[in-house]
Design a binder for this molecule. Structure first.
Ligand code: ACO
Length: 276
């Protein structure tokens, strides 16, 4: 794996961790970070060693949002550069990360502001340190939560709470982020990494093709899709999964249940080698 200017990548036991690596700037996303993330996710999306992807921050911040100086201020008289940064920023979070073929987890270790909310929203599972500080700070500098921030908070956060934090810019804790639906759960910072690794271990035991299909259907069958369209879409996805797994879910999954080798209601089957 090549090295990058603004991110660190580490692979261990099936878990690939991408770490935003601008701790002196509280991991704010400058145009180079957007380029690096786009490139890294493109490399990793069909990487056999990556069973689960974790995104976190180096130092005391997860990500302080867009780099207010490099992304906005320095681009104010450079429409071409601004457009390039804007498109790259959108592409890695909403095209690459949101539809990453393997499960993704955000390990939110500290400061998390503005544009970083779309990183949180694009991953499958977001685990925050209860002590982390979140904020939609845009109103504090006279702006709106742009990019797709307003759209994603409307989708995942309780609407009254979302608008409150958009309008007040008031910071809130990781524990509060879990209460309002922004993150999946919050745990004490001392337990954060262990919890993320625990979830990653659970995800790695599942069938990767089924996992990918679960993600794809969940993200496709949005409330705007009619029941009839959703039904056709899910039926087709089920058939596609059968093709991708060569019938594995029927033969192996259901077949082993019928042989009374495990109870699907209580977990995944033990590996082949433990069966004898
Ligand atoms: N953009 C650019 N630089 C940043 C950002 C940012 N978003 N956040 C922090 N930095 C830089 C600071 O300019 C400073 O750089 P310097 O040492 O070269 O002067 C360095 O990071 C440390 O910042 P401090 O403010 O000294 O750090 P502190 O730990 O006291 O506070 C905090 C951290 C709360 C994150 C604060 O830096 C802050 O409010 N940052 C802005 C957060 C924000 O509003 N982000 C934008 C959201 S909106 C959007 O993403 C579109």
């Amino acid at each position: 794996m090549k090295s990058y200017e603004t991110i660190l990548i580490d692979k261990a036991g099936g878990v690939t961790t991408i770490r935003f690596n601008r701790p002196d700037k509280r991991n704010a996303m400058n145009p180079q970070l957007h380029r690096d993330m786009y490139d890294a996710l493109t490399e990793l999306e069909f990487d056999d060693e990556t069973k689960v992807l974790v995104i976190t921050g180096q130092g005391e911040a997860f990500c302080a949002g867009q780099d207010l100086k490099e992304y906005f201020y320095e681009k104010k008289d450079d429409p071409r550069g601004r457009e390039e940064a804007r498109r790259m920023s959108h592409a890695w979070r909403h095209q690459k990360l949101r539809y990453f073929p393997r499960p993704t987890i955000a390990e939110i270790n500290g400061w998390c502001f503005g544009g970083a909310f779309t990183v949180v929203a694009s991953v499958d599972i977001a685990v925050a340190a209860s002590e982390a500080t979140f904020g939609l700070s845009e109103i504090n500098f006279g702006h709106i939560p742009g990019g797709l921030v307003t759209k994603v908070v409307q989708e995942i956060v309780q609407p009254r709470q979302a608008l409150y934090y958009i309008l007040t810019g008031e910071p809130f804790t990781g524990a509060r982020a879990a209460e309002i639906g922004l993150v999946t759960m919050a745990v004490p910072k001392a337990e954060l990494h262990a919890k993320v690794m625990d979830i990653a271990a659970t995800l790695m035991k599942k069938d990767p093709e089924a996992m990918r299909a679960c993600k794809e259907v969940f993200k496709a069958v949005t409330p705007e899709v009619t029941y009839e369209d959703a039904w056709y879409w899910l039926s087709s996805k089920s058939d596609q999964l059968t093709y991708r797994q060569k019938g594995g879910w029927i033969e192996e999954g259901i077949g082993r249940f019928m042989k009374k080798e495990y109870r699907p209601g209580l977990g995944t089957p033990p590996p082949e080698k433990e069966r004898a």
